[in-house]
Design a protein around this ligand. Structure first.
Ligand code: DC
Length: 223
């Protein structure tokens, strides 16, 4: 059984997906971390982010796995735990460039489907999980929020981590990433036609979690 949660950056997808997975006793898959791990490999090799063939080569040699015994599951790049290296500005910007390369998407989509089969019950979070990766998911959620509100949330998150941030620059980056994520030809950010859309602009995280868990329990009863 798969529950997909898609949506743009700053909608709180990750924390929401993780908590929904905990409440339902499902595994949690952060697919953005997979793109970020490939980006880290590219940044370390000082790859040309405009050269899809170089990026594809790097992705093919990047073994991305999760340690499912950790909570949340810990991402590894060629056996190295790299979760703590994936949230900086450089890797974040590179991930968004990596994510437009069709061959890399294909590789990661295939791996995500395999994980879906292996893990059994999964809450998976990304941009294309309901629209492309798991078209038959039991429940598809699309989280959205006003860009200004998403910017405020990201600023609060970064400040909580002790980072010094410029709110205008964060909003600019969010809008730019939205455009790149929605505009790409392969696996663009999109709500599946059968997704439940939740606008989180005026909701607390707890309200969003409760709404999703309620929908999930209804679907589980139906099936
Ligand atoms: O969700 P995130 O910010 O960690 O995602 C990092 C980048 O990867 C972001 O630019 C969008 C992209 N991504 C994607 O294209 N498809 C996914 N399923 C998940 C993330």
């Amino acid at each position: 059984m798969v529950i997909t949660i898609d949506g743009p950056a700053g909608t709180g997808k990750s924390s929401v997906a993780q908590k929904v997975a905990d409440l339902l006793g499902f595994d949690f898959l952060d697919t953005g971390a997979m793109y970020r791990a490939v980006a880290l490999a590219a940044v370390r090799r000082q790859a040309d982010l405009n050269d899809p063939r170089e990026l594809e080569f790097i992705a093919r040699h990047a073994r991305i796995e999760f340690d499912w015994s950790a909570h949340p599951p810990a991402i590894q790049l060629n056996d190295e735990p790299v979760g703590h290296l994936l949230r900086g500005a450089e890797v974040t910007a590179a991930a968004s460039r990596i994510a437009v390369v069709p061959a890399i998407r294909q590789q990661l989509v295939e791996q995500q489907r395999q994980l879906g089969q292996q893990r059994g019950s999964l809450v998976t979070e990304g941009r294309d999980q309901g629209s492309v990766v798991f078209p038959d998911a039991t429940l598809k959620i699309y989280l959205d929020a006003d860009p200004a509100e998403r910017g405020r949330r990201r600023v609060a998150q970064l400040r909580a981590r002790g980072e010094i941030v410029d709110p205008a620059e964060i909003l600019r980056q969010i809008v730019e990433r939205d455009q790149r994520d929605s505009g790409r030809a392969t696996g663009p950010l999109a709500a599946a036609t059968d997704a439940s859309i939740i606008d989180t602009t005026h909701l607390t995280q707890q309200q969003v979690i409760e709404a999703i868990v309620k929908l999930a329990r209804q679907r589980m009863e139906q099936s």
